[in-house]
Design a protein around this ligand. Structure first.
Ligand SMILES: C[S@@+](CC[C@H](N)C(=O)[O-])C[C@H]1O[C@@H](n2cnc3c(N)ncnc32)[C@H](O)[C@@H]1O
Length: 358
């Protein structure tokens, strides 16, 4: 037991973090997780098992997503068949949410305390393939350069978005990507559709992550599924389809931090291709020092870019209620907002990107 009282320093901050995450889950379409986080908050106030587990992390930043770590650790137990009573409330395990879900959740936390405590140290590794839609929107803006792409993704997790060109996107009677891809996005754009008839050639694709997940192993697949929200079957279907593609298309993700990995990759301009440094929902996880190191590396490499060896920074990162996708193009260093979207990708709205040719 944590020996906390709700009026003690730290508890108020933790309850606020739980409430923010609860709201985030509610707004992003997971009523089950919103209810479970209500139960976690009640349990923290009652000094129950969740209080004991979360106490050491009470000072963590919201960006550390401590609650999502807890929810994922418990979801993994459910998917493994280790928590049958709770599984009865998880659609991802064939159940349906009911009023006893919160009580069952807290009971599983108590039962598997040590294992969950170990997993709370792991970062959130959600690899959301829906983000390939806003990212494709950015890649399509680069197509007129006519050069193959050398793609470098930082914070790539399992590298599923490195395979964006192997997924099928359809809208307005046009399509991009292999028609027989297991993963199909149908009408993922709201309003205008980017030119899907443009050709994109990927010369090389590679990424780095502090803790890469191998999507070709059972353990890797289980972990990726555990980060999804159990009452969002569409995301689960997308992930399963992307895992089928991952079994066919290699996209190595090295265990490395973003700054040192990029420093090595950006040392020399690469002639004859567009070097694209890409990331989605990663910046919030970098320390202030790492973030400024990455930005400094991009500025330095941008200054060395030429028309024969251009550099592009493509990113989908938070922009308030929505995510924003931007490209910066070197030589020149001009930045364009190209799309706004949900945090998980669709629906994606094109933004008039000035000189970026749609
Ligand atoms: C929320 S996930 C996003 C994963 C993926 N980009 C996506 O959009 O699906 C954030 C990822 O950033 C990674 N990460 C955090 N800090 C990092 C760092 N300093 N260097 C490299 N990767 C990092 C995490 O391990 C995690 O896989």
């Amino acid at each position: 037991m944590s020996r906390w009282r709700p009026d003690q320093p730290g508890v108020g901050a933790l309850l606020e973090t739980i409430e923010n995450q609860r709201l985030g889950c509610e707004l992003a379409g997971s009523p089950l997780y919103a209810d479970l986080l209500d139960a976690v908050a009640d349990d923290v106030v009652a000094d129950g098992p969740c209080a004991g587990l979360l106490a050491p992390l009470a000072g963590a930043r919201y960006g550390d997503a401590v609650l999502l770590r807890l929810l994922a650790a418990v979801h993994e137990l459910v998917l493994e068949g280790e928590a049958p009573e709770l599984a009865a409330h998880y659609p991802s395990a064939g159940g349906s949410p009911g009023p006893a879900a919160g009580r069952a959740f807290v009971a599983e936390v108590a039962r598997h305390r040590d294992r969950i405590a170990g997993q709370l140290g792991r970062g959130v590794q959600t690899n959301e393939v829906g983000r390939s839609v806003p990212l494709l929107t950015g890649y399509l803006a680069l197509a007129p350069a006519g050069l193959p792409l050398r793609i470098l993704e930082v914070g790539a997790s399992a590298g599923l978005n490195l395979r964006f060109d192997r997924y099928r996107y359809e809208a307005g009677g046009a399509g991009f990507g292999p028609p027989d891809s297991p993963l199909r996005f149908v009408d993922p754009w709201a309003g205008r559709v980017p030119p899907l008839d443009r050709r994109i050639e990927v010369a090389t694709r590679e990424g780095c992550d502090l803790d890469p997940i191998d999507p070709t192993t059972d353990a890797g697949r289980l972990r990726l599924r555990s980060y999804l929200w159990p009452d969002q079957p569409q995301r689960r279907a997308r992930l399963d389809a992307a895992l089928a593609v991952a079994a066919q298309v290699a996209a190595p993700v090295e265990r490395a931090d973003a700054a040192s990995w990029l420093a090595h990759r950006l040392r020399e301009p690469a002639v004859g291709c567009v070097t694209v440094v890409v990331h989605s929902i990663v910046l919030q996880y970098l320390s202030v020092e790492d973030r400024s190191a990455v930005l400094g590396l991009l500025d330095d490499a941008g200054a060395r870019a030429t028309p024969e060896a251009p550099l592009v920074w493509l990113r989908m990162e938070p922009g308030g209620d929505q995510a924003e996708t931007r490209v910066t193009l070197w030589p020149g260093g001009t930045t364009h907002l190209v799309a706004r979207s949900s945090y998980h990708g669709p629906p994606v709205a094109l933004v008039d990107a000035g000189p970026v040719p749609w």
